[in-house]
Design a binder for this molecule. Structure first.
Ligand code: HDD
Length: 723
């Protein structure tokens, strides 16, 4: 569809557009029509800003309006004379600005900040005994997925690394319809009933009169709500643990939280809880590291996910299930329908049934990551809900929120939300209807069109034939009344440094609370969980005594330890897909750098060079080594382990450079391995870096790799006098 243009207002010095050739590779009507760009050999346009400066030559698609009209000039609005008024008639300007004005949609009320990737799920163990869902019965089959990770409290533009729960939402595009597992990186929740969700969310979001703090729970309204909501105590233990300050989205666990049901061909039900386990193991930061990461890189987690997927370091998780019958559940010393409870693995082990690999970054953030609409009500035949009252409320909320967030009832037709299996029904019309339905029949029963969609009793979705009776009322079951036993189990199952971090987190958060009675009420709850924790937090807050514990509906019971809640011991000692930063300067040892790089890369790490100047430095062999990051903008917090290779001169010079001193001081404080040579000694001294198994001679790459694979927990007592 070539057309000749007769430009009417070509700016001076500019070549008029040439005749366009039809596109070979795009359908008619798409953006595929091609125009020739300015010829790079032609006289470059010289002007005063209103002229086209781009120099790329070759063929480009023609720029058009949304109506397909080819645009002649995308630099200047239509004016009455060069210095005259802009004309309202300029439909090209108006269309462009109007579209721009509406580029944003409402952000998610929670989980607004997120990053996502495409990938697949592969089943390795059939669950045909329990479910007819093909995704869980066809071993070896790869089902496409789109997985979005998020923080909960912050807005879409907030930082990646606040202390916060992480959302872990997976859309499985199964051949039987979309199945969404919309979970978090923590296996329990703050509240037991969806009725309380708007309250807990309002309390944690920025306070409505002052509009701060952004993406933080450390403020009065959150702790006010929590201190008056004892059912939140188990979740508070998890939220104040290092789980909420993950090192990477690639190193978080995920949980479906609620009990769901599996239904076999006969409709028999087995309860199921879903678990995602990162192949790289769990890895968190220490709090000071998380704080400094916020300053170093607002997008740390998004960038980390992007860079690793682009590099082919595809993140991977195992999918595990806990399966139990109604009769088994009746024997648990808690109610599995209560979402503030876990089913400890000592009662029901997790069986691994498959894996998820994320191997493709979205092409467009808005179209995919922003417009993806998850919904826990999206399930497929062979899966069903339980009566968990939090889940039941969620079944309503997600579709409802998308109606205003995505602007109407047809958001399921957006490419990212569409099932990848055929879908057809008699729903019609509405805002942004993308399908052109044919024929007269948009109802059922009908006899006018033999091809119109019909229900299928055999293949179709069937609910579990649950028998429930009871007296109507706004009630909580007695079996939901124990708020402290699992909180105690969690705290007591942690390793000593993890307990200390949790106590410090509570002290930090409550220190930001201005209202004394809120602090006191919160510490009172801790007495039920563990009196020593209450004492530590009271001491940390400078209280004269531990406040009294509130009445507990059910006194806390001692449960067996649950090792699965720990992070320490469940990290994987590996450098695979991690990043080592090597600080160099003029005269750094070339051989040592080569050996360290080789060893780190062989262990699966990415190596990044940091230098005072981005251009790099001339090494001892006289060759210039470019840097990946400039020292002042690339602190050690962004690395998993560091090495410092410096000549004597550079070592002396950098020991007076605060960015360099911080580089080593923070690596030390954040329990990371540091390899160094003799030249770096003055810098390490200036950074108060001590000696331990994590501080190694750069001439011994093996020792460095061994130390770099883990955090130096033994260093912790030297660094912090923890609450
Ligand atoms: Fe929710 C989003 C996870 C309880 C109402 N939720 C949302 C997302 C995740 C979760 C991961 C982001 C999905 C995405 O990436 O787009 N939510 C949870 C978990 C919960 C939970 C694990 C408890 C076990 N949520 C919950 C309740 C309600 C909601 C009880 C309301 C009754 N959640 C929403 C919502 C959101 C949402 C308002 C906001 C944006 C969206 O749905 O799409 O409908």
């Amino acid at each position: 569809m070539a057309r000749a243009k007769t430009p009417t207002a070509t700016p001076p010095g500019r070549q008029p557009p040439r005749d366009a050739k039809p596109a070979q590779d795009k359908p008619a009507g798409s953006v595929g029509r091609r125009a020739q760009g300015p010829d790079p050999d032609a006289d470059a346009p010289r002007g005063h800003g209103g002229e086209l400066q781009q120099q790329a030559g070759g063929e480009h698609p023609q720029l058009t309006t949304n109506q397909g009209v080819v645009i002649a000039d995308n630099q200047n609005s239509l004016k009455q004379g060069p210095r005259g008024p802009t004309l309202l008639e300029d439909f090209i300007l108006r269309e462009k600005i109007t579209h721009f004005d509406h580029e944003r949609i409402p952000e998610r009320i929670v989980h607004a900040r997120g990053s996502a990737a495409h990938g697949y799920f592969e089943l390795n163990t059939s669950l045909a005994k329990y479910t007819r869902a093909k995704i869980f019965t066809e071993v070896g089959k790869r089902t496409p997925v789109f997985t979005r990770f998020s923080t909960v409290a912050g807005g879409a533009g907030s930082v990646d690394t606040p202390r916060d729960v992480r959302g872990f939402a997976v859309k499985f595009y199964t051949e039987e319809g979309n199945f969404d597992l919309v979970g978090n990186n923590i296996p329990v929740f703050f509240i037991q009933d969806a009725m309380k969700f708007p309250d807990v969310v309002h309390s944690v979001k920025m306070e409505p009169d002052r509009a701060f703090p952004q993406a933080a729970s450390a403020h009065d309204t959150f702790w006010d709500f929590i201190s008056l909501t004892p059912e939140s105590m188990h979740m508070i233990m998890w939220a104040m643990s290092d789980r909420t300050i993950p090192r990477s989205l690639r190193t978080i666990e995920g949980f479906g939280i609620h009990s769901f049901r599996f239904l076999d061909e006969q409709g028999n039900s087995t309860f199921v809880k879903f678990h995602w386990r990162p192949k790289l193991g769990i890895q968190s930061t220490v709090w000071d590291e998380a704080l400094k990461l916020q300053a170093a890189d607002n997008d740390f987690h998004r960038r980390d996910l992007f860079e690793n997927i682009q590099a082919g370091n595809f993140p991977e998780w195992e999918l595990g299930v806990q399966l139990f019958t109604e009769e088994e559940a009746d024997q648990f010393p808690f109610d599995h329908l209560d979402p503030t409870k876990i089913v400890p693995e000592s009662l029901v082990p997790v069986q691994i049934i498959g894996r998820m690999v994320l191997d493709r970054w979205p092409d467009n953030f808005f179209a995919e990551t922003e417009q993806v609409a998850y919904c826990p009500a999206n399930i497929v035949p062979g899966i069903d809900f339980s009566n968990d009252p939090l889940l039941q409320g969620r079944l309503f909320s997600y579709l409802d929120t998308q109606l205003s967030r995505l602007g109407g009832p047809n958001f399921h037709q957006l490419p990212i939300n569409q099932p990848k299996c055929p879908f057809a029904n008699h729903q019609r019309d509405g805002h942004m209807q993308m399908q052109v339905h044919k024929g007269r029949v948009n109802y059922e029963p009908s006899s006018l069109d033999g091809d119109s969609p019909r229900a299928d009793q055999r293949a179709g979705f069937r609910s579990h034939a649950t028998v429930d009776d009871g007296v109507k009322g706004r009630v909580r079951p007695e079996s939901f009344a124990d708020h402290y036993s699992q909180a105690r189990m969690f705290f007591r199952s942690l390793e000593a440094p993890e307990q200390a971090h949790l106590a410090s987190a509570l002290v930090f958060e409550l220190s930001k609370v201005e209202t004394p009675k809120v602090r006191e009420r919160t510490v009172g709850h801790l007495v039920h969980i563990d009196p020593s924790l209450a004492q530590r937090v009271a001491d940390g807050l400078g209280m004269d005594s531990v406040p009294p514990a509130p009445d507990a509906a059910v006194p806390p019971a001692d449960m067996p330890e649950a090792p699965e809640v720990r992070i320490i011991g469940r990290m994987r000692e590996t450098l695979e897909h991690r990043t080592v930063g090597i600080l160099i300067d003029e005269g750094s040892g070339a051989a040592a750098l080569k050996a360290l790089r080789k060893a780190a890369e062989a262990a699966g790490a990415t190596v990044k060079i940091v230098a005072p100047k981005l251009g790099g430095a001339v090494l001892s062999d006289g060759k210039k080594q470019p840097a990946d990051g400039q020292l002042a903008g690339t602190p050690s917090v962004v690395f998993d382990a560091v090495a410092v290779l410096l000549s004597e001169d550079a070592g002396r010079k950098l020991s007076k450079e605060s960015a360099a001193v911080d580089f080593v001081a923070f690596a030390w404080a954040h329990l990371k391995a540091i390899a160094h040579d003799a030249g770096a000694a003055p810098l390490l001294e200036a950074g108060n870096v001590g000696k331990d198994a994590g501080i190694v001679d750069a001439a011994d790459p093996k020792a460095f790799i061994a130390a770099a694979k883990t955090r130096q927990w033994a260093r912790e007592p030297k660094l912090r006098t923890l609450a």
